[in-house]
Design a protein around this ligand. Structure first.
Ligand SMILES: O=C(O)CCC(=O)c1ccccc1C(=O)O
Ligand SMILES: [Mg+2]
Length: 371
């Protein structure tokens, strides 16, 4: 039996963020992204979000490249061979190089649709067990240390279980020291988004003094060799984000000891099936994983909640409440965090209901494809 698909709609979306978000690679004010809606012949819908940014700063994909990849290559492959199960989608796409975020968007929509048709929550369909997940928050670079400290204070008070701060050369040791001095007991980590090289090894080793849970992706976005060299020179565990796109990448990085923790982002690895495979590998090797974020709207956020219910997601992720970025989210209810915990909804599919009125409000343009 294959899924009885009727249409796939792409929407280019733009939502204003409550506040700009700054990383070592740039500042985002508006969130531009693509939503994918897959409809079946019974009239059910499944939703996915492409997390690629407007510009190719985090990885090489962009909103425009995702649109073209879906339209010209990925959706036609779905029509040619409608998958029997969403786990088959990754195989259909395997001969298409990279473009992981484009693949993940339609694969995620098909997982949601499948769970809707089976009348089960997506997290259950994925094999998740946890009904409540611990979450942390990612805080961007600010114009002053005082402003960052105010942010940390706000989200510690809100109960977030782990604070991640973005660092770059010139906004690192002093900033981490200030946060640690003011909050001696919090779980704290730093994310460099590839802003350093091995020439900075001493600087990165100096961070060992601040009891960080991990330092995320200090070196090049495509590197696992230098990270292994660096891991020998620092005590703080290295966490890989940008460098890992597949279970094979993860296997090689673990064999080299390029890092001791992996941030799993569904979009970065081409979908839920690959994300689960990386999770399974790490679980079997005793490597902790957590779910990263890409400033998602409620649709992508709901997918992150679902994958985080798998047993190996033992560290708090970056899935903050909807209200961290949005005045109003695209789902109902929105994602809420109480005492650092998200209670996983038990409704079928992604577990949150997409609000078409709001989705329409933020749609710049859309296009529908049929078999
Ligand atoms: O709040 C979130 O969604 C996570 C924010 C974040 O850290 C991030 C946001 C955009 C691009 C890359 C990253 C990252 O984890 O490196
Ligand atoms: Mg990161």
């Amino acid at each position: 039996m294959s899924m009885q698909l009727a249409a796939i709609t792409l929407r280019a979306m733009r939502m204003r963020m409550k506040a700009p978000f700054t990383t070592s690679f740039g500042t985002e004010w508006d969130k531009d992204f693509i939503l994918v809606e897959v409809k079946d012949k019974e009239g059910r819908s499944g939703w996915g979000e492409a997390v690629a940014m407007k510009e190719p700063l985090y990885n090489e994909e962009t909103v425009s490249t995702v649109w073209i990849m879906l339209k010209k290559f990925l959706i036609p492959l779905i029509w040619r061979q409608p998958p029997g199960h969403p786990r088959d989608v990754a195989g259909l796409f395997r001969h298409i190089r990279r473009n992981y975020m484009a693949k993940a968007a339609v694969e995620g929509a098909l997982w949601d649709l499948y769970a809707m048709a089976e009348n089960v929550p997506l997290y259950r369909a994925l094999g998740g067990e946890r009904t409540a997940i611990d979450v942390g928050i990612s805080l961007g670079i600010e114009s002053s240390v005082d402003r960052l400290l105010a942010n940390v204070e706000k989200y510690v008070a809100a109960g977030y279980k782990r604070i991640k701060i973005k660092i770059k050369p010139g906004w690192d040791i002093d900033v981490v020291a200030a946060v640690r001095q003011r909050f001696p007991a919090i779980q704290l980590m730093a994310d460099a988004n590839s802003a350093y090289t091995l020439a900075d090894a001493d600087r990165l080793a100096a961070l060992d003094d601040y009891d960080l849970m991990m330092i995320e992706q200090p070196l090049a976005h495509d590197d696992i060799i230098d990270h292994a060299v660096l891991q020998k020179q620092v005590k703080t565990p290295i966490c890989l984000d940008e460098s890992i796109h597949s279970v094979e990448d993860a296997r090689k990085a673990l064999e080299l000891d390029s890092g001791r923790i992996i941030n799993i982002k569904i979009g970065r690895v081409g979908g839920l099936t690959e994300a689960k495979a990386i999770h399974d590998l790490c679980l079997s090797r005793g490597i902790p994983v957590w779910c990263g974020g890409m400033l998602e709207s409620g649709i992508g956020r709901a997918h992150n909640v679902a994958i985080t219910t798998l047993a190996g997601f033992t560290l708090p992720g970056d899935t903050a409440a909807s209200s961290r970025y949005w005045e109003e989210d695209l789902i109902e209810p929105e994602v809420t965090v109480q005492d650092g915990v998200i209670h996983v909804p038990d409704r079928p599919g992604i577990g949150y209901v997409p609000r078409r009125d709001r989705i329409d409000t933020y749609t710049l343009y859309s296009e529908t494809f049929r078999p």
